[in-house]
Design a protein around this ligand. Structure first.
Ligand code: PLP
Length: 368
């Protein structure tokens, strides 16, 4: 049974919510969702946002009602949770490389319309060995557009793989995808724009090669939050995967220079100790927030900065004035939302400072 303090009454204020926890400002969240959704539609693109940053079926349903066509999922387990919540169009953006996974995919296909990713003929063999031909599964080929992670080379090698997929009865070739993740933090805006154009251009070239070989390629998918405004302008794409921008964080703002979205997600923490005039300790450390991509910052407080995090303590420097009192609550903007949300079980959703809903991260821990 859940302790009752984890479920404060709807209408509670921040003072009635225990710490540390994740807060989601619904007005800002909804504005971010609208911003990305409208940007996609005004550029003729579908939106298939990544769910890895929220892992939350309630959020998935909100985003789909705002115009998303489905979800991108990092893992099969994430897709299984979303399918259980009634979402059908699910791209699993990680190759499935074992019979056990493919058997799970076959079960998922009974209740949803998943898309899987391949970048090698061996993936096709593994899929074909355990999928019934009666209900073909859609397949995208991942193209390496410069990230040097997964992906077959653009052009000829992708066409050869597409021919193999098209000839496999249990599979339906649905298109290609790439991820320009290596370019999100290019500092100079002109260089960023040019390198993204070249990178996404490899997808457009590959689609052309497929067209010329007589293989229809309905989906061309790419795009992260850190580059979505530039990526959406590139010819040849049919959809964008940007997801984490619904929350926004310091990585996207400070390192990727995304200015059109606002901070919807914060960490609520409480000051637990004031051992020195220039030091305050909070009940939120590395097990509450992540500092790998960018150090988190205190919201609306010029007098405080995070000096260091240990497992369950955060050490704040009081840079001016008296600083916070013991028991005072503070909000922290995450360095990277994606690595922060997965440390928590639920989002406490506020509107105008009042608790409106509590949404569980049901797919948290589904790394399988
Ligand atoms: C395949 C893929 N697409 C898109 C993204 C972008 O996700 P987000 O918009 O949440 O940063 C990622 C991030 O890791 C990814 O791996």
């Amino acid at each position: 049974m859940q302790p009752s303090h984890l479920n404060p009454p709807i209408g509670s204020t921040i003072e009635d919510i225990d710490t540390p926890c994740l807060l989601l400002d619904l007005d800002i969240f909804e504005a971010n969702v609208r911003q990305i959704s409208d940007y996609c539609s005004s550029h003729g693109l579908a939106w298939r946002p990544h769910a890895k940053s929220h892992k939350c079926p309630d959020i998935a349903h909100k985003i789909i009602s705002a115009g998303a066509i489905g979800l991108t999922c990092a893992k099969l387990g994430e897709a299984e949770v979303m399918a259980e919540a009634g979402i059908r169009d699910l791209l699993i953006a990680n190759p499935l490389a074992s019979p056990i996974k493919v058997r799970r995919l076959a079960a998922l296909r009974e209740v949803a319309d998943p898309i899987v990713l391949v970048d090698h003929a061996d993936h096709v063999g593994i899929l074909a060995a355990s999928l019934p031909p009666s209900r073909p599964v859609r397949v995208l080929i991942e193209i390496d557009i410069g990230m040097n992670r997964c992906g077959v080379q653009p052009g000829g090698p992708a066409v050869t793989l597409a021919q193999l997929i098209a000839a496999t009865p249990a599979l339906e070739f649905a298109g290609i995808m790439g991820y320009e993740g290596h370019l999100l933090m290019v500092e100079d805006p002109t260089e960023k724009q040019q390198r993204i154009a070249a990178s996404i251009g490899l997808l457009a070239e590959t689609k052309l090669a497929l067209d010329e070989s007589g293989i229809p390629c309905p989906i061309v998918s790419a795009g992260g939050t850190g580059s979505f405004e530039i990526t959406a302008l590139q010819p040849g794409l049919t959809e964008l995967q940007a997801g984490g921008g619904i929350f926004m964080d310091l990585l996207y703002r400070e390192l990727c220079h995304v200015d059109c979205l606002d901070y919807a997600l914060t960490i609520l923490a409480a000051v637990t100790s004031r051992p020195a005039a220039d030091r305050a300790i909070i009940d939120a450390g590395r097990k509450t927030m992540n500092q790998e991509m960018h150090i988190p910052e205190i919201k609306g407080r010029d007098d405080l900065r995070i000096k260091g995090l240990s497992a369950e303590h955060g050490v704040l420097e009081v840079t001016s004035g008296p600083g916070p009192r013991i028991g005072e609550k503070i909000q922290i903007i995450p360095g990277y939302g994606d690595f922060t949300t997965v440390l928590h079980d639920r989002f406490y959703c506020l509107r105008n400072g009042r608790l409106e809903a509590i949404w569980p991260l049901t797919a948290r821990g589904r790394l399988d």
